[in-house]
Design a protein around this ligand. Structure first.
Ligand SMILES: N[C@@H](CCC(=O)N[C@@H](CS)C(=O)NCC(=O)O)C(=O)O
Length: 333
């Protein structure tokens, strides 16, 4: 685990001294936007034109943020238009490594780099910051379009439709306010909440994070009692964003990040929701549990010094979820 400082790699764990033991996630820095025609992004970001074969995703199967991008790529049927390189699950002194000596890890399909930070340096030789996945890479300009998953999934959702993407709008204009409203607490209390609990280095920091996490999961359980998805019966990006954390919860976060008040399998509605999305076409193939479990248990020596991988629960997400009773799934066109 480390970061680049003015183009130099430094092996450093997260600094929680100045924040009372609280983990703070840094902001992503590459924030350009792929649009259908190459026009500017929604907030004026530099535009890159959508073209088949031009963009490449660097992901980790372990990472919930990168997983969002893989799910959206599958829902939109973009597998033939956007290639993928998968990092090795262990993230240690060199950060993410582009090795292929673990089933499912591909190495670097474009440059043969062995470390992800080399790709960041190709985009910006003096980059300062963390070296994270996902990365959306432009093979034409040889630079990073974006390393922010929240933005990348919106680009995949809407910018590639003219190239023959699978129809479906997971961030439709009429629902954007509702999607944004639920994304906010889900991000802070759940997606990032599990990390805040797991990486806390003081009791108050941990207590705050787990309290907020389980309050939010309880609220989501209630919300999903009367509707199939987070925004009515329409499947949206908000569901994808919650789902990648739920998938990792019972097999990893309960033990490794000490999120052990309840399991997702103790929440009937969240568990049904998890299965419902898992069973969508193309989605189960994006879940690689060996990468998920090896990554977390082996990559955080401050949390799990001996790297023992726990036995873990038996998961059965292919069985009936019963969520049809709440109504038919709607996908906005
Ligand atoms: N805000 C980013 C966060 C991405 C992120 O933090 N990814 C983690 C893996 S789960 C990572 O690459 N961490 C490496 C590090 O922090 O050095 C996004 O959503 O794209």
């Amino acid at each position: 685990m480390g970061l680049l400082v003015d183009g130099q790699w430094q092996d450093k764990w997260y600094d929680t001294k100045s924040t009372g033991g609280r983990f703070q996630r840094s902001q992503s820095q590459f924030r350009n936007w792929v649009t259908a025609e190459g026009n500017a992004g929604p907030e004026g970001q530099a535009g890159f034109a959508a073209e088949s074969g031009r963009y490449h995703l660097y992901v980790s199967y372990a990472c919930p943020w990168a997983h969002r991008a893989l799910v959206m790529r599958a829902l939109k049927g973009l597998q033939t238009h956007i290639g993928v390189s998968v990092v090795h699950p262990h993230m240690l002194e060199n950060g993410w490594e582009l090795r292929d000596d673990f089933d499912g890890a591909t190495g670097d399909a474009l440059y043969g780099f062995s470390k992800l930070y080399e790709l960041y340096l190709k985009a910006d030789a003096r980059y300062t910051g963390r070296v994270t996945v996902p990365v959306l890479w432009d093979k034409q300009r040889e630079t990073i379009v974006s390393n922010e998953s929240a933005d990348i999934i919106r680009m995949l959702n809407s910018s590639f439709d003219a190239l023959g993407a699978t129809p479906g709008n997971y961030y439709p204009p009429a629902l954007q306010a509702q999607i944004d409203a639920i994304n906010e607490p889900v991000y802070h209390r759940v997606n990032n909440g599990v990390y805040k609990a797991g990486f806390a280095t003081s009791q108050p920091a941990y207590d705050e994070a787990v309290d907020a996490l389980f309050q939010q999961l309880d609220a989501l359980e209630q919300r999903l009692a009367g509707q199939r998805y987070l925004v009515g019966n329409t499947l949206t990006e908000a569901d994808v964003r919650l789902w990648t954390t739920l998938v990792r919860f019972d097999p990893v976060y309960v033990t490794h990040f000490k999120c052990d008040r309840r399991r997702i399998s103790d929440y009937p509605n969240l568990q049904g929701f998890l299965k419902d999305i898992y069973q969508l076409p193309g989605v189960a193939e994006t879940v690689n549990m060996a990468h998920i479990r090896h990554h977390y248990f082996r990559s955080h020596p401050t949390v799990n010094p001996h790297g023992i991988i726990s036995i873990g629960p038996q998961l059965d997400w292919q069985t009936a979820h019963g969520r049809e009773r709440l109504g038919e799934r709607h996908i906005e066109q």
